[in-house]
Write a protein that binds this ligand. Sequence first.
Ligand SMILES: *[C@@H]1O[C@H](CO)[C@@H](O)[C@H](O)[C@H]1NC(C)=O
Ligand SMILES: *[C@@H]1O[C@H](CO)[C@@H](O)[C@H](O)[C@H]1NC(C)=O
Ligand SMILES: *[C@@H]1O[C@H](CO)[C@@H](O)[C@H](O)[C@H]1NC(C)=O
Ligand SMILES: *[C@@H]1O[C@H](CO)[C@@H](O)[C@H](O)[C@H]1NC(C)=O
Length: 205
Amino acid sequence: KRVSLHLFVSVLAGSTGLLHCPHNPGDTLLMMTWWIRPLYKPPCFITILDSRSVNNCSERTMHENLSLKILKTHITDTGNYSCEVVNAHGTFHSSFMLQVLVPPSVSLTLNPAGFPECRTVGGISPSEISWIPESDDVITRREMSPDKTWTVISTYRVQIIPGREVTCNVSHPTFTHPQILTIVIPGKTLKILSFGERKKSQQGQ
Ligand SMILES: *[C@@H]1O[C@H](CO)[C@@H](O)[C@H](O)[C@H]1NC(C)=O
Ligand SMILES: *[C@@H]1O[C@H](CO)[C@@H](O)[C@H](O)[C@H]1NC(C)=O
Ligand SMILES: *[C@@H]1O[C@H](CO)[C@@H](O)[C@H](O)[C@H]1NC(C)=O
Ligand SMILES: *[C@@H]1O[C@H](CO)[C@@H](O)[C@H](O)[C@H]1NC(C)=O
C-alpha cells in the first residue's frame, strides 16, 4: 500500500469543488474509493467497482470518472478526503484537506457608547482588523459561532472630534483586497461612506 502526501485544497463556498486522484489506474483498475471525513458531519464514502458505484454521501457529492466533484460547496464540506485506487500493481492512496472558504460580511457603525465599531460576521477564519489613525486604545473580540464561522468585533475607543474620519481596514483570506470602511464622527448625524463612494464623491468635488 502506497500513501502520498496530504494535498491542501481550498474552494470558495458556493462554487464547485473538484478533487483529482493523482494515481493513474491504468487498464487494470479493480476498484476505486473516495473516503470522506468532514469536520462537522458523519463520514461517508463513494466506491466505484466495474461500472457500478455506491455512494452514501450527500446528493451534492459525486464522482466524475475518478475525480470527486462537490456541487455548491458548503462550510460543512470542510474536512479530509482521500482516494484509494486498487489495480494489478497494488493499492495507492492519496489524502486531501479541503477547506471551504466563506467570506465575512463587514460593517462599521457607532456603538451605543459612541465609539466606532467594525464588525465582521460569517468568515470561516477570523478577519484581521486595523484602524486609521492607528491607536493602542482598540479592543478586539473574536468569537466562533455554533456554525463554526467567526465574528470579530473591533472597537475604537478613542475620543474623536466630531467631523473627523475614522477608517477600519479589514483583511481576510477570501478577500482579494482589504476592505476599507470609513465613518465620519458625527456631531448629530451619522454618515458612513464605503471606499468606492468616497472616491466618487472626491472626484465629484
Ligand atoms: C484530517 O487530517 C489531519 C491530518 O492528518 C488530522 O489532524 C485531522 O484530525 C483529520 N480530521 C478529520 C476530521 O479526520
Ligand atoms: C456511510 O457508510 C459508512 C460505512 O457503513 C458509515 O460508517 C457512515 O456513517 C455512512 N455515512 C452516512 C452519511 O450515512
Ligand atoms: C469522464 O466520463 C465521461 C462520461 O461519463 C466522458 O465523456 C469523459 O470523456 C470522461 N473524462 C475524462 C477526463 O476521462
Ligand atoms: C490594510 O491592511 C493591510 C494588511 O494589514 C495592509 O497591507 C494595507 O496596507 C492596509 N491598507 C491601508 C489603507 O492601510
